[in-house]
Write a new protein. Structure first.
Length: 294
């Protein structure tokens, strides 16, 4: 059984559940507030989930697709208004612990800042792409007075670099497969970023002008209405556990300390780098800084 953790307002998730109706169930906020859930950290194999009014033992779950960053208090309409914030915080903590304990395939694996992958801000995705050796637009934030509106020129520029004449290409990463229309090098670049983030499902935007391509942004919840994307996602969820992308503690220390394996252009292939001779920055300090930014 495949569980799809998403909102009932997520049309892609609803359509996917209908297409996989024989072996897929949607887990909504209403289900998360229903009685019948069971989870003991010391006995995770005895856990029981509640999906669409049904109790599903954890040993019957073959895969989990998470389509939400967190559970919002505003979604818990069945809870008293004054208790919604507290209940939402408890549900998010429970989901993080429960998902982390599952031995089946999870797309994407939860992190402390997001239930479906790294809860990175646009600046962090840009920094990760630049660290991987890709060309990026400088990211800038302007905080103005309330009611200020940006001009059209601002929307056509990223950090002072104009996008006029550039074509925007959206790439969907599902495991090792790429779905897009454009130069093959863009698919290789997208895989580099997905690997750096430790995710198996990712959407990315690139700006292409002539033979150059530049990273624009990333999306942890890409559209999944395409039949080819759904087939690849289904195969991904039915793989043997352990085949999916997960960023290990050692990779995380490499990445945040500045010694993450570099990308060699134009092949964009990974190579293992030695640690620099200088003393690396404390990865713990950088990790805490990341949590603070998130």
């Amino acid at each position: 059984m495949i569980l799809i953790i998403a909102s009932r307002h997520d049309q892609d998730a609803l359509e996917l559940q209908r297409a996989w109706s024989q072996d897929a169930l949607l887990v909504s906020c209403e289900d998360l507030c229903s009685p019948g859930w069971r989870f003991e950290p010391e006995q995770p194999d005895q856990a029981v989930a509640v999906c669409d009014g049904r109790k599903v033992p954890v040993d019957q779950i073959s895969g989990v697709l998470t389509r939400r960053p967190c559970v919002l208090a505003e979604e818990l309409l069945s809870i008293r208004r004054e208790d919604r914030s507290y209940v939402a915080a408890e549900i998010n903590a429970f989901l993080l612990a429960w998902l982390a304990s599952l031995r089946c395939n999870i797309v994407n694996r939860p992190t402390p800042t997001c239930l479906s992958g790294p809860g990175w801000r646009p600046e962090q995705w840009t920094w990760a792409a630049a660290r991987a050796g890709l060309q990026v637009y400088p990211t800038r934030r302007n905080v103005g007075a309330m009611g200020d509106r940006h001009s059209d020129d601002h929307h056509r520029q990223f950090g002072g670099m104009s996008m006029e004449g550039a074509q925007s290409i959206y790439v969907t990463i599902v495991g090792s497969e790429c779905f897009f229309e454009g130069p093959p090098a863009i698919g290789q670049a997208a895989r580099v970023i997905a690997r750096a983030a430790g995710v198996d499902l990712l959407g990315l935007w690139f700006a292409v002008r002539d033979a150059d391509y530049t990273f624009l942004g990333a999306d942890l919840w890409p559209p999944i209405s395409n039949d080819a994307v759904r087939r690849a996602l289904r195969q991904l969820l039915h793989r043997q556990p352990g085949d999916l992308q997960t960023i290990s503690g050692k990779q995380a220390r490499w990445f945040w300390s500045g010694a993450f394996p570099k990308t060699v252009r134009p092949s964009l292939s990974y190579r293992r780098c030695r640690r620099p001779a200088r003393k690396p920055r404390s990865w713990i300090r950088d990790w805490l800084m990341t949590l603070r930014l998130s």
